[in-house]
Design a protein around this ligand. Structure first.
Ligand SMILES: [Mg+2]
Length: 214
């Protein structure tokens, strides 16, 4: 696959944060909406990859407790998100791509200031051409891909998006190629939603798939 730009999802793709996020995400659903752990886990996973506020609003439409639940989640998240480690091959993979002359981006449903601070603390903020976080009306997917296209002059066909959730695959459709990381979801899950492209178990494997477009 010949590309100029590699766009990484953040949570569960570069950062090993999904066990933590799922834990607090499920806790909040159980606490505010009186659902069982099994039900909450199912609701969390089927909407994983979206900003938590959207996960809540999709699962519990118009519930008066939504705002309080979302605030509670964001408070718990910011307390401990910086303790979550990068995957062991995240930094080396990014450096490998840079060596090939690729532009490396992050597109995330986590707030901009949070992911920026995360990478600054890990000492690798300057590896990325741009880190693009979430704000209402500016989401991972169409908004971020359009931004990269217009700001960095990268055509959609020269981008690839790497993510760990089924929603990541969905959001790449009509824009760019997608490589699925099989962690939270397995190969069959990605195939079931129509992903026909590559999948990898570890980030470093993308080095065997990607070549710099000349
Ligand atoms: Mg993710």
């Amino acid at each position: 696959m010949e590309k100029n730009a590699v766009i990484f999802d953040f949570d569960g793709t570069l950062a090993d944060s999904m066990p933590f996020l799922e834990k607090i995400g499920v806790q909040i659903m159980m606490k505010y909406f009186d659902v069982s752990r099994g039900d909450a886990t199912q609701r969390y996973r089927t909407t994983a990859g979206l900003p938590y506020e959207q996960q809540i609003k999709m699962n519990f439409p118009d519930n008066p407790k939504n705002e309080e639940a979302i605030e509670d989640f964001e408070r718990l998240k910011i307390e401990r998100i910086f303790e979550q480690e990068l995957f062991s091959d995240s930094e080396s993979t990014v450096r490998g791509l840079l060596k090939l002359g690729m532009g490396v981006f992050v597109s995330s449903s986590t707030f901009q200031t949070t992911i920026e601070q995360y990478f600054r603390r890990k000492g690798i903020l300057d590896l990325f051409k741009e880190i693009i976080g979430y704000r209402p009306g500016f989401e991972k997917g169409a908004d971020h891909f359009n931004h990269i296209q217009s700001t960095h002059q990268v055509q959609f066909k020269d981008m690839v998006f790497i993510g760990d959730s089924l929603k990541d695959h969905e959001r790449s459709l009509g824009f760019c190629d997608f490589i699925g990381i099989t962690r939270m979801f397995g190969e069959q899950d990605f195939r079931k939603v129509g992903h026909t492209g590559h999948m990898v178990a570890n980030l470093s494997e993308i080095m065997d798939i990607l070549k710099k477009k000349t």
